[in-house]
Design a protein around this ligand. Structure first.
Ligand SMILES: NC(=O)c1ccc[n+]([C@@H]2O[C@H](COP(=O)([O-])OP(=O)(O)OC[C@H]3O[C@@H](n4cnc5c(N)ncnc54)[C@H](OP(=O)(O)O)[C@@H]3O)[C@@H](O)[C@H]2O)c1
Length: 334
């Protein structure tokens, strides 16, 4: 076992897009577990848009950061609750090693044929966000037409694949490159997609969904939100998942839309945080795992190898360099 642990720390507050200079890798000896704890060697890390929001204040400077991670227990002082060899989910990401207490980890169900990474993508918080958005917030009904922004990202690809299996009608997605647009229609099951750089979103959406939409799953905000409200049919729903279009450009003007539309079309707009819906996790497993095993569901992941590339992976994602959920893996072959 290596004797050195690495921990990423934030060193300054960014204005606009962060750069590698806002982070440093701190070296320390691998920690020893105290009684009642265990030492975890991390195997997979999630880097997420909300980390960019945390960089504005919630992440303390020059201190370990929080983030979702999967790791293996390699030494334990509580062999019953934290057995050696067990793979666990926890939130002490952005570091190679973590000392955890039983209440800080979730022991993961293992499904033969389902890769470990799925517990940070389709079966993890990303998939749960998509599933809750469709089933609890939109309350999607069979045959309803759906528009998804940031459709080629983690939540967006999961939303498209789940919506198809839940019986959605037409699926329309927007993304930032022509290659992603092709991926959405060629791989994920979207019926139509467009690159939002190619014109006003309202015009592109009108072309892709000429008869309107029933549900908008919004990962972006701004012009996407305004355009979608205009395109919604009566009793349409907006599921507000995130505002990634503004995290690095806080001066972006807020969405402009006709407020009367909300009344006249009896629309509903609702946001949510996935952390308030952990009770749906088992239902997600019951829904998604059989489809993963049958091949009806596939994982959309961009995997970056090497913990030393975690900052690079995070910055890549903020600029749209990922397709599907972006993950960092300790080494290939896990
Ligand atoms: N409510 C919750 O509990 C919850 C949970 C998880 C995630 N979220 C939110 O869900 C959204 C997606 O998260 P994710 O983890 O799946 O990330 P993701 O979509 O995999 O990655 C972020 C994507 O955002 C797109 N993007 C970046 N800047 C943009 C801009 N100015 N306009 C439009 N698109 C832009 C990029 O794709 P393009 O190439 O297409 O631009 C990038 O790939 C985020 O807003 C996140 O905060 C919310």
């Amino acid at each position: 076992m290596t004797s050195t642990a690495l921990t990423v720390q934030q060193t300054g507050r960014p204005t606009g897009f962060p750069t590698p200079d806002h982070f440093r890798f701190a070296e320390s000896p691998v920690p020893e577990p105290a009684p009642g704890t265990a030492l975890v060697e991390n195997l997979y890390w999630s880097v997420d848009p909300y980390h960019r929001e945390m960089m504005d204040g919630d992440f303390a400077l020059n201190a370990p950061l929080e983030g979702r991670s999967l790791g293996r227990i390699i030494a334990t002082r509580d062999p019953v609750a934290l057995p050696e060899g067990e793979i666990v989910f926890h939130r002490q990401g952005w570091r190679t090693h973590a000392v955890v207490r039983p209440q800080e980890v979730r022991r993961l169900p293992r499904y033969d044929g389902v890769p470990l990474s799925a517990h940070l993508s389709l079966l993890g918080g990303t998939g749960l966000t998509a599933y809750v958005g469709l089933t609890r917030i939109a309350r999607l009904r069979e045959g309803e037409d759906l528009f998804v922004s940031a459709a080629a990202g983690g939540v967006g690809t999961a939303t498209g694949r789940f919506a198809r299996l839940l019986g959605a009608g037409r699926l329309i997605g927007s993304a930032g490159t022509a290659e992603k647009v092709r991926y959405l229609t060629g791989q994920v099951g979207y019926d139509a997609a467009f690159d939002y750089h190619e014109g006003p979103v309202a015009d592109l959406l009108a072309k892709a969904a000429p008869t309107g939409i029933d549900v908008f799953v919004d990962n972006v905000g701004g012009a996407h939100l305004g355009a979608a409200i205009g395109a919604l049919r009566e009793r349409g729903r907006v599921v507000r998942v995130g505002t990634v279009g503004q995290y690095n450009t806080p001066d972006t003007p807020p969405a402009v839309f006709d407020h009367a539309d909300l009344v006249e079309k009896s629309l509903r707009m609702e946001g949510f945080l996935v952390r308030d819906h952990q009770d749906v996790q088992e239902e997600l497993y019951a829904f998604a795992v059989p489809h993963l095993l049958s091949g009806a569901l596939a994982l959309d992941e961009t995997v970056v190898d090497g913990f030393e590339r975690i900052v690079e992976a995070f910055l890549l994602m903020l600029r749209g360099g990922n397709t599907g959920k972006i993950l960092v893996r300790r080494s290939p072959g896990l």
